[in-house]
Write a protein that binds this ligand. Structure first.
Ligand code: ZN
Ligand code: ZN
Length: 243
């Protein structure tokens, strides 16, 4: 098929009309430029809080006081500081869906790096996971944005890591009375999450974009555990920290 040639020509035409700009700084060129990538405040998995993903929480995390949530371990790639908020906005609200595979790559690098340098803390977080799942948006947000941003990331992440994706969670918004099918009633989770897939006995890796308090992630993880998941680890692009 001439898909590659055609795709290339189309890409060239679009590129000429509106050149790709960096989601972090608007400079023309790459979707995330090297300068912005180098400005990521990466979290060291040897020093982070394994309960909430905060940087430097290895001894005593002042944020979660060592309280154990539903997630077994939490790992975040970077602090939610410039340029990460702009990139997340460009992806979620700006609809720049080409960012999905890049974010998936960042998450994959984060998990593999953590397993390598901190095996006693994050060992098996990806390599021992039976499946990948993600924190879904509400149906209301889905209608507004036209896509579920973490679903796209999770699909790319699953493809790259070779770990199967389970589209397990349904989030109910305030105004959302979306009818659930039979599968959706398999297990009712707390805080508006329902589990609509078989997760019994599985070690899951739950993906999300930004961890603020960890409440969302833990609510989603609680629902998965209530539906029979054996363990839920969490992996996010960023952790809100300080300020
Ligand atoms: Zn940039
Ligand atoms: Zn913590």
């Amino acid at each position: 098929m001439a898909d590659g040639v055609l795709g290339g020509a189309l890409e060239f035409a679009l590129e000429t009309l509106s050149p790709t700009r960096c989601a972090g700084c608007e400079r023309p060129g790459a979707l995330i430029c090297d300068r912005c990538l180098s400005r990521f405040q990466l979290i060291d998995p040897r020093l982070s809080c394994t309960r909430c993903g905060a940087p430097f929480g290895s001894l005593l995390c002042t944020e979660c006081q060592g309280e154990h949530g539903a997630c077994e371990r939490v790992l975040a790639a970077a602090s939610f500081e410039d340029p990460v908020p702009r990139i997340v906005r460009a992806y979620k609200d700006g609809g720049e869906r080409r960012l999905a595979p890049l974010i998936a790559d960042l998450l994959l690098d984060t998990a593999e790096h953590a397993e390598r340098v901190a095996p006693e803390r994050y060992g098996g977080i990806l390599s021992a996971a039976d499946a990948i799942t993600f924190v879904p948006v509400t149906a209301e947000a889905f209608r507004r944005r036209g896509f579920d941003h973490m679903e796209d990331v999770a699909r790319a992440f699953s493809g790259r890591s070779g770990t199967p994706l389970v589209d397990a969670l349904i989030k109910h918004g305030r105004a959302d009375q979306r009818a659930l099918g039979r599968a959706g009633r398999m297990a009712a989770g707390r805080d508006g999450y329902e589990v609509a897939a078989e997760v019994g006995g599985k070690h899951l890796l739950l993906l999300d974009d930004v961890i603020t308090t960890g409440a969302t992630m833990n609510a989603a993880a609680s629902a998965l555990l209530a539906a029979g998941a054996a363990r839920v680890d969490a992996l996010a692009l960023a952790r809100v920290w300080g300020s």
